[in-house]
Design a binder for this molecule. Structure first.
Ligand code: NAI
Ligand code: MG
Length: 351
């Protein structure tokens, strides 16, 4: 079998980590009897600077025949962040019905986690972030510009269909894991959207008597994620809350350099897109020192999505082996190795 994968390295360290992840995925494919046929797209802030757009007008059509999309990261100083987000990432997520943003978080060996050594070495959770609506909306605007009574309105959109499907996805996922779901909410502050979310959460939880369902205010949940995360498993959250919680969860379990994510179209009608949680990290771009683990683990999620679960597991095991040995470490892990050295070490550790 050969799978067609669209690769969009993007900007900054997105480029460095994608190269290394491709090395690992090609290695895993070769030893498990399939191949990955890559097509690379130069869609990025660099392209925006030259042409005025992040991707060509028919970008979505060009991506649609692929079996999967592998994205580095987009965003670079000089181009406003809303341009890179709304010019590429959000259109892809929405056009392809990638309404689930899945962000598994695990405490990996050999990391400088805030929780390491506190007995929480089995820590594993997954943030299920709503990825198609919610707070990330273009509705609103700026009024009375420059005047004393200037104001902006920024509206959120929560649809019944959108909220139901993400919450149901979280419950289905919990059934395959420890059977716990926590919903991140803030109904005391956001008095329209969050009570609606809570109501639907309660409705759906009644369909899953075997899953332990819990509602948490997002602020308290943030504290709990740092102080007592071991009783969390599946956390379901709106677009904004899920975005924030997943960076937090990544930070407490080993850093942004280790956290993968998938933008999933659960129906399989359109391609899904896999990327690291982190961005293009302009502060370390071009130095060859970014940690490629997050992108490599995003690649393992891509393999899982293609149904190549044995190869995916092999990739994860190879990453763990290298981290456990603790010899090849990028600076964020406390070492002096380069992105390429860590990538090569993972390739060598494949079975
Ligand atoms: P960031 O995730 O790029 O960086 C935050 C901090 O973490 C930096 O100090 C960086 O050096 C460090 N870091 C991140 N990934 C690392 C890795 N693999 N290895 C070692 N250290 C790592 O977030 P920031 O600085 O807020 O955003 C930078 C740019 O990336 C912005 O333009 C932003 O819009 C964009 N961005 C893009 C995303 C995407 O393409 N999905 C997601 C998040 C941000
Ligand atoms: Mg983020």
């Amino acid at each position: 079998t050969s799978y067609r994968i669209a690769s969009i390295p993007g900007d900054g360290i997105g480029v460095d980590v994608t190269v290394e992840a491709r090395k690992v995925l090609d290695g895993a494919a070769a030893s498990h009897g399939f191949s990955l046929s890559w097509t690379e797209f130069d869609w990025s802030c660099e392209r925006y600077t030259k042409t005025g757009s992040m991707m060509p007008e028919d970008g979505i059509e060009r991506l649609s025949p692929f079996d999967g999309i592998f994205l580095g990261a987009v965003g670079f100083p000089g181009v406003p962040d809303h341009v890179s987000l709304w010019g590429l990432l959000i259109p892809v997520r929405r056009a392809f019905g990638q309404y689930v943003n899945l962000r598994p978080v695990r405490l990996l060996p050999g990391t400088t986690s805030a929780l390491a050594g506190r007995g929480a070495d089995e820590l594993e959770m997954v943030i299920v972030r709503e990825n198609s609506e919610g707070e990330y909306s273009e509705i609103g605007g700026r009024h009375n510009r420059g005047q004393g009574n200037e104001f902006v309105l920024q509206e959120s959109v929560f649809t019944r269909v959108g909220v139901e499907r993400i919450i149901r996805y979280a419950f289905e996922l919990a059934k395959t894991r420890t059977g716990r779901v926590c919903s991140a909410t803030k109904s005391n502050g956001l008095i329209h959207s969050m009570p609606f979310w809570d109501e639907i959460f309660a409705e759906i939880s009644s369909e899953y008597p075997d899953v332990h369902a819990e509602q948490c205010h997002v602020d308290a949940l943030a504290a709990r994620m740092v102080q007592a995360p071991d009783r969390l498993d599946v956390v379901v959250a709106s677009n904004l809350f899920g975005d924030i919680l997943s960076d937090l969860a990544a930070a407490v379990t080993g850093g942004l350099g280790m956290a993968p994510s998938g933008n999933i179209n659960p129906t399989g009608e359109f391609p899904s897109m896999f990327e690291a949680v982190h961005g293009s990290a302009p502060d370390i771009a071009g130095q060859g020192i970014a940690n490629p683990v997050a992108q490599i683990l995003a690649g393992a999620m891509l393999l899982d999505h293609l149904g190549e679960t044995v190869a995916a597991q092999d990739v994860r095991a190879a990453v763990e082996k290298v981290l456990e040995e603790g010899i090849v470490q990028t600076p964020d892990l406390g070492g002096k190795s380069t992105t390429a050295e860590l990538g090569s070490a993972v390739v060598a550790a494949l079975s």
